[in-house]
Design a protein around this ligand. Sequence first.
Ligand code: URP
Ligand code: ZN
Length: 458
Amino acid sequence: MRMLLRNGTVVNADRAAQEDVLIENGKIISVAPEIHEDADTVLDAAGKLLFPGFIDTHTHFDLDLGVTVTADDFRTGTAAAVLGGTTTVLDFCTQDRGMTMQQALNLWKHKAQDSSCNYGFHLAVSEWNPEREAEIESMIRQGVTSFKMYMVYDNMRVDDGSIYRALKQTGMRDCIVGVHCENYDVLNERIRELHAAGIMGPEGHPASRPNAVEAEGVARLMRIAELAGMPAWVVHLSTREGLEEARRARNRGQEVYLETCPQYLILDQERYRDPDGEKFIMSPPLRSGEDREALLSALALGEIDFIGTDHCSFTMEQKALGRGDFAKVPNGGAGVQNRAELVYTYAVRTGRITPMQMAALLSERAARIFGMYPDKGRIGAGSDADIAVLDPSAAGIISWKTNAHACDNSPFEGIPVSGRVTDVILNGVHVVSDGKLTQPGCGRFVFRRPSERPRRTE
Ligand code: URP
Ligand code: ZN
């Protein structure tokens, strides 16, 4: 089966041009100004932008927090993802204490089997010891080449020595470890102080985790990575101060990768005062205009490597588990469907970044860092036929009611967007047509190589 995408503008990280794209057997076989070959189907993409299928570097589907399980599983989460132009999610396959990495991977592969977009896994580890270390090679052989550690959450947090050892053991194999950077002890002290002062509502959440809580975690990770002599990757960076710590490390010659999320570029911490403020409880919390400005400038300067969503959705009923105590609200929000339209509207249209930078931030850079390039991350002959078609003239308003995720709220509710994904090609199949998921369940596991480490300094 051959498919021809005609008259669109192909936007890669290094080049944008009006070109046709010919696809056969799940691969792109030609990209050229005018292709006159026969095809079984033709999609006229005049006036539209063709991006390499977007890669979401940060999702939590079917995650069991103990008190409750995320509203979205892989079936609903990946349906929402692909409708937003995301053709690959990298989800956090979570090794709970007492489990092996292999057990976690088996479980996550089982959870993900009905996915509507491609999927790979970062292995999120809750303990680091010789048994876990002995599993690294086996994970690499199975296409899992990135890991995650948390400085917070009672059931997941690891100590600094564990981070140091994990960075060494994975880094020497060109794998990277993403770290959730916050100072656990201090934020818990602050929660106690806030409770003692009678502050129990959602506004207590950002007060318990001010910018310095993240910046201290980032600074500590930078020094641990320096001592280990290995790369560092900060997940969901949200503050100007955290960014400055990462810059300092880079200025010392360190190899640092940075991820941020749309919520830290667009939403304001004042939202915690809304009547449904619980829905914005996520960690790190929403920040101020100064932080957003710092992150947007960093995007433009190429200092941020990729934008993930940290999609970790809970219904309002689940959020109400913490009504009356902000510290008990399940952490996380929905966003997997809206990343491209938000970045296009609030970073490209506003002139902060170019469409090519958007291709880098939402696809190419992640493909390189997570061992998928050039199969993924570019529209070029020989690459996988994963393509997101964005119509810059399509406008709308984000609402959970029209999103496909299984959650009755969205932190982006009511936000206008200008530029929406209309069509998606996944593994050569036209799975989203005119904004509708016509072919669900076409996702495949993505076997990844070790990292290309594009910021390698040695
Ligand atoms: O609040 C959040 N971000 N929940 C998801 C887990 C994490 O910290 O990434
Ligand atoms: Zn996190």
